[in-house]
Unconditional design. Structure first.
Length: 361
C-alpha cells in the first residue's frame, strides 16, 4: 500500500486487498509447512482460507489507524504494519469459528458454518462415527489453529521487537477479555436470564473492547505510544465499540437475511440475551414478555419472528437502543476531537466511527 492510499480518504478496497495479500502470503507459508501431513491438512487450510476471507476488516483498520494516530510508518514498515493488523483478523476468524459452534449457527456470511461444512463432508463420505462430533472437532481445532497463527503473525510482523513486545501485552489482554466475555455470555444464556446491566457487561468484554478499543491500543503500542495516548484512545474506542455491538444486536433481530447472510431473527433463534432483548423483557406487558422469553432459543417460523419483533418495537426497546447507539457514538467522537492524535488519523477514525455505527451488515 502506498502512502497516498492510506490517507483519511483511504481507499478501503486497496487496504483490504493489501491486508488479504499478507494473509495469503502467510497461508502459503503454512501450506508449505503442513504439506507433509497430506490431503487432510489441505482441507483444514482450505477452511482456514474461507474463514479469513471477506468481512469488513474493521479490527485491522482500527489497529492501522491506532498506529497512525501516533506516527506514520515508513515505506519499509508498511508491510510489517499490515501483517500486525492482519493478526487481528486471524483472531477474529478464530472467534467466529468457535462462536458459530457454541451458538449452533448453521451459516456464516451466507455459507455453511465451519462445523456444519465438516459435518457435511463426513456425512457425504460415509465415514465412521458421528458426523456432528467430527464437525465439532474440526471447528475447535481450526479455531485453535487460527488463534495460534494470530499470535505468530503479530510476533513475526517485522516491526521493532520492543514495540512488538508492547503490542503483545495488549494482545494478551485482548484475548483474555474476549474468552472470559464469551464464557460469561454462554453462562448467561444457560441461566436464561440477564438484566440490562449484565447484558452490557457481556457486550463490553465479548465484543466492544476486542473489536475497537484493543485494536487501537495494539496499533498505538506498535508505534511506541505512551500511557496518555492509550488512555485517550480508550475514551474514543470503548464507547464506539459498545455502539458497534449494539448495532450488531439490532441487525441480529431486524437485519435483512439477504444482506446479513443470517436467517431472519437469528439472535432470537439462538436465544441471545442481548441488551435489546433485556430492554424488551423489562418493558413489555407480562404476557408479551413471557412469550418473548419462552421463544428465545427455539426454532421460529417467520410469522413468530415478526410477532417477536413487534413485541420488541412496541416495548420501546428498539428506539432506546438506537438512542444508546447515538449517545455512545456522540461521546466517542467528542473524545476523538479532544485526543492528541495526528490529524490524518483523527479524520480516518471519524469516518470509521460512522461506518461501524451506521452499517447494515
Amino acid at each position: 500500500m502506498t502512502e497516498a492510499s492510506a490517507t483519511p480518504a483511504a481507499d478501503t478496497d486497496a487496504f483490504r486487498a493489501g491486508l488479504q495479500a499478507v494473509v495469503d502470503d502467510f497461508l502459503t507459508a503454512q501450506t508449505t509447512r503442513l504439506a507433509p501431513l497430506g490431503p487432510d491438512a489441505a482441507r483444514l487450510l482450505d477452511a482456514a482460507r474461507e474463514a479469513i476471507t471477506g468481512g469488513k476488516r474493521f479490527r485491522a483498520a482500527f489497529c492501522y489507524w491506532g498506529y497512525r494516530a501516533v506516527a506514520a510508518p515508513s515505506p519499509d514498515e508498511e508491510t510489517a504494519l499490515l501483517k500486525a493488523c492482519a493478526s487481528l483478523e486471524l483472531l477474529h476468524a478464530s472467534a467466529l469459528v468457535h462462536d458459530d459452534y457454541m451458538d449452533a449457527s448453521d451459516t456464516r456470511r451466507g455459507h455453511p458454518a465451519t462445523h456444519r461444512a465438516f459435518e457435511g463432508e463426513h456425512r457425504t463420505a460415509g465415514w465412521r462415527g458421528n458426523p456432528e462430533q467430527y464437525g465439532a472437532a474440526a471447528a475447535i481445532l481450526l479455531g485453535d489453529l487460527l488463534l495460534t497463527w494470530a499470535d505468530e503473525m503479530l510476533r513475526t510482523c517485522g516491526l521493532p521487537p520492543e514495540r512488538v513486545e508492547a503490542a503483545m501485552r495488549m494482545f494478551d489482554i485482548c484475548r483474555t477479555e474476549v474468552v472470559a466475555g464469551q464464557f460469561l455470555d454462554v453462562s448467561v444464556q444457560a441461566r436464561g436470564k440477564a438484566d440490562v446491566a449484565t447484558a452490557m457487561t457481556v457486550l463490553r468484554f465479548k465484543s466492544a473492547k476486542y473489536s475497537i478499543e484493543r485494536p487501537l491500543h495494539i496499533g498505538a503500542a506498535l508505534a511506541g505510544a505512551d500511557d496518555a495516548m492509550i488512555t485517550a484512545l480508550t475514551g474514543f474506542g470503548l464507547p464506539l465499540g459498545e455502539a458497534f455491538q449494539l448495532r450488531d444486536d439490532q441487525l441480529g433481530v431486524f437485519g435483512d437475511p439477504e444482506v446479513t447472510g443470517k436467517p431472519a431473527g437469528d439472535d432470537l433463534v439462538e436465544g441471545k440475551r442481548t441488551v435489546l432483548v433485556a430492554e424488551a423483557l423489562s418493558s413489555s406487558p407480562a404476557d408479551e414478555a413471557a412469550l418473548l422469553d419462552s421463544s428465545l432459543g427455539q426454532d421460529l417460523d417467520l410469522a413468530t419472528v415478526d410477532r417477536l419483533r413487534r413485541i420488541i418495537v412496541d416495548s420501546g426497546a428498539h428506539d432506546r437502543v438506537e438512542e444508546m447507539i447515538a449517545d455512545l457514538a456522540r461521546d466517542s467522537v467528542a473524545a476523538l476531537e479532544r485526543a492528541p492524535l495526528r490529524e490524518e488519523a483523527r479524520d480516518a477514525l471519524r469516518l470509521l466511527s460512522a461506518a461501524v455505527t451506521q452499517r447494515v451488515i
